[in-house]
Write a protein that binds this ligand. Structure first.
Ligand SMILES: NC(=O)c1ccc[n+]([C@@H]2O[C@H](COP(=O)([O-])OP(=O)(O)OC[C@H]3O[C@@H](n4cnc5c(N)ncnc54)[C@H](OP(=O)(O)O)[C@@H]3O)[C@@H](O)[C@H]2O)c1
Length: 256
């Protein structure tokens, strides 16, 4: 039977590449983001390559928390229902703490934490009612350690991963799955200005790996699995001096 996915952040980067990947695997899609012109392009590309798939676009700002809840509820109650919700929308940010970046830091938390929490909360409500479904949360290897110069981003990705852990625990023993993914560097606009992107992979490969992990129903995984499943935990043990030096070198303008 055809499954339907609600995907946030479908207008760019990972979401934009994941949409046709999931269409190729037989999913119908509801594509959400603020940039509707980009969503429409994604819809048209999929319609040309996979004409049998149903693809809807939805203008959505995930920081309008009520609208997130409404959009997911509407999709779940539409013909075809809802099987998979992917909380992928997110923004990046660099800048040193105490150097005038607080407004941007607040936007990061509003988008990456509260926006994703609104998405997950709405998905859990629908999936509990129908007693099935899968929620995918796109965290980051940035969740493993507070990198100097990326405090709010790292904090946001750690927060949403921990929130997803709690959801998984609450849903333990039910048919509802929670998958948390921790991507390393995938070539998208979010990181294109960074000086250093170790182990970078292209977005098509990244989307394919994400789709494989979703279909396997894993609880948690880095993307790709190697080398990040080894490096991620090691980041936690890296001496502070090394961490400070490597992070400073990676930031645009030294992270000012
Ligand atoms: N690329 C990487 O290396 C990497 C690594 C680890 C984790 N991630 C995570 O992967 C996710 C996708 O990032 P990406 O690399 O694909 O970056 P991207 O190309 O910049 O895409 C970000 C997406 O999020 C959407 N978005 C941002 N703010 C939003 C808002 N307020 N409401 C709705 N949608 C919003 C954007 O759509 P609109 O602007 O059209 O709204 C866009 O579709 C993010 O959560 C990011 O933190 C990426």
């Amino acid at each position: 039977m055809t499954k339907t996915v609600f995907l946030t952040g479908a207008s760019s980067g990972i979401g934009r590449a994941l949409a046709p990947e999931l269409a190729a695997r037989g999913y119908d899609l509801v594509l959400a983001a603020r940039r509707t012109d980009s969503l429409e392009q994604v819809r048209q590309d999929i319609a040309a390559r996979h004409p049998q798939r149903r693809v809807e676009t939805r203008a959505l700002d995930v920081t309008r928390y009520d609208e997130v809840q409404a959009a997911i509820a509407e999709t779940a109650h539409a013909p075809g229902g809802l099987d998979l919700v992917i909380a992928n929308a997110g923004i990046g940010s660099t800048g040193l703490i105490g150097k005038g970046h607080f407004d941007e830091d607040r936007r990061v938390i509003e988008t990456n934490v509260l926006g994703a929490m609104a998405t997950i909360d709405a998905a859990v409500a629908q999936f509990r009612a129908q007693n099935r479904g899968q929620i995918v949360v796109i965290s980051s290897v940035a969740a493993y350690r507070g990198m100097p110069g990326a405090g709010s981003y790292c904090a946001s990705k750690a927060a949403i991963a921990v929130y997803a852990d709690a959801a998984r625990g609450e849903l333990h023993g039910t048919p509802i799955r929670v998958t948390t993914l921790f991507p390393g560097y995938i070539d998208t606009p979010i990181n294109e200005d960074m000086k250093s992107r170790p182990f970078l992979i292209d977005v098509t490969r990244g989307a394919r790996i994400v789709a494989d992990l979703i279909e396997r129903g894993v609880e948690t995984s880095t993307v790709p699995v190697m080398p990040w499943s080894l490096i991620g935990p090691l980041l936690r043990m890296l001496p502070m001096g090394m961490l400070a030096r490597s992070a400073k070198g990676a930031l645009p303008g030294g992270g000012n």
